[in-house]
Ligand binder design. Structure first.
Ligand code: HEC
Ligand code: HEC
Length: 344
């Protein structure tokens, strides 16, 4: 009897090649981002990440696809007027965010949601703040045709890549054909993004070495608060500090026009105002915070939770005022800082 498994259950586990590619990319994150050529030293994933990364069966990771995906990711010519690439909003130096509250797309148009980091999105069970795309592959074509982002048509994108000799060569290597399909563009972009991993933060090194000098006393106390009194770990759990679920913390409820979050995808009353729990890794590179970019600093985030979020009819029951002391707030911020690749 054949059993139909949901898409995420059908993914393959990581191969050695994948491990190598992932390591290579992490190594390059520290010092800029080469646009060409891949070297693949064999080495484990960065400390702190789950050692098995889900990769869809129908899109195994290959070096050729990753190279093609990288070129697509950085190519402004894929937008209607040649001014915007994926990297315009997902900049490598900012953990693949843009440093703004809200993004700026084609013709200077403002987007309505804050740009999420793409680091470790390979582990994501759904994409976007409302989870409306089920995988990196399903997400990848949205920005190309979104009128407020890259503003192009798939026909125009296809024509541009099919007539370009560099793309024809890369596509031939990746897919055995010089004329890419939209599905292949999505596969290549997804493959490239699977290499954007980052771990090995001070927190991970402390766990690995059990050397208490790696984390400050403040950060260690912050971790205890994070799991205890402050209740953060109710939702921010696991290696990426997210349960990958959707919760209502009341961020910007009542703002006009209202962003209904997860409800826009599911139509369920109960989902109004719910957003995906974001990872807490690399926050030092990804300010401002929240789906609307409304909180500029980590101190402001802690104050927000200390107040018990914002009032909302659907507010999550674990969001309550916390009565944190000034020192406890400082400790929590120290802990959050210790989850970044680099302390700044
Ligand atoms: C104009 C800015 C902009 C451009 C250009 C852009 N993005 Fe995004 N990206 C965003 C914003 C904003 C979101 C969150 C939108 C939402 O949740 O509704 C997002 C979300 C994502 C996500 C989901 C991440 C997660 O964890 O949920 C992925 C993956 C992604 N973008 C990849 C890409 C790729 C690939 C390209 C190029 C083909 C691209 N983006 C181009 C702004 C942009
Ligand atoms: C009920 C689940 C829940 C709890 C408890 C919770 N969070 Fe969150 N957190 C979320 C969700 C959901 C978001 C996104 C909210 C939005 O943008 O509307 C978020 C956003 C954040 C962000 C912004 C990240 C970014 O990239 O924009 C930080 C930082 C954060 N939380 C830290 C904490 C800390 C620290 C605590 C404990 C004091 C905590 N959270 C408690 C669910 C939770």
């Amino acid at each position: 009897m054949s059993v139909l498994l949901p898409e995420f259950r059908t993914r393959l586990l990581l191969t050695l090649l994948c491990l190598a590619v992932l390591f290579w990319t992490t190594a390059t994150l520290a010092g800029g981002f080469p646009e060409t050529s891949v070297e693949l030293p064999l080495s484990p994933l960065p400390a702190g990440l789950h050692s098995l990364m889900p990769v869809p069966v129908e899109n195994p990771l290959t070096t050729a696809k990753i190279e093609l995906g990288r070129k697509l990711f950085f190519d402004e010519w894929l937008s209607r007027d040649g001014t915007i690439s994926c990297a315009s909003c997902h900049h490598p130096d900012k953990a693949f965010t843009d440093g703004r509250a809200l993004p700026v797309g084609i013709d200077g148009q403002s987007g309505r949601r804050n740009v999420p980091s793409l680091l470790n999105s390979a582990y994501g069970k759904s994409m976007f703040w409302d989870g409306r795309a089920a995988s990196l592959e399903k997400q990848a074509l949205h920005p190309l045709t979104s009128p407020a982002e890259m503003g192009n048509t798939l026909e125009a994108v296809l024509a541009r890549v099919r007539e370009n000799p560099a793309y024809r060569r890369l596509s031939e290597a990746a897919f055995g054909t010089a004329a890419m399909t939209p599905g292949q563009i999505a596969q290549a972009l997804a493959s490239f993004q699977r290499t954007l991993v980052a771990g090995n933060s001070p927190y991970d090194r402390q766990l690995l070495t059990r050397d208490d000098s790696v984390l400050s006393e403040e950060a260690r106390r912050g971790f205890a608060l994070f799991r205890g009194k402050a209740r953060c770990a109710h939702c921010h759990e696991g290696p990426l500090f997210t349960d990958q679920k959707f919760h209502n913390t009341g961020v910007n409820w009542g703002k006009k026009p209202m962003d209904l979050g997860r409800y826009e995808h599911t139509g369920k009353e109960d989902d109004k105002g719910k957003f995906k729990t974001p990872t807490l890794r690399n926050l030092l590179l990804t300010a401002p915070y929240m789906h609307d970019g409304s909180l500029k600093t980590l101190d402001a985030v802690i104050d927000f939770y200390d107040r018990g979020g914002s009032a909302h009819p659907n507010l999550d029951p674990s969001i309550k005022s916390l009565s944190l002391s000034g020192q406890e707030k400082t400790n929590l911020v120290s802990f959050l800082r210790a989850l970044s690749i680099k302390e700044q």
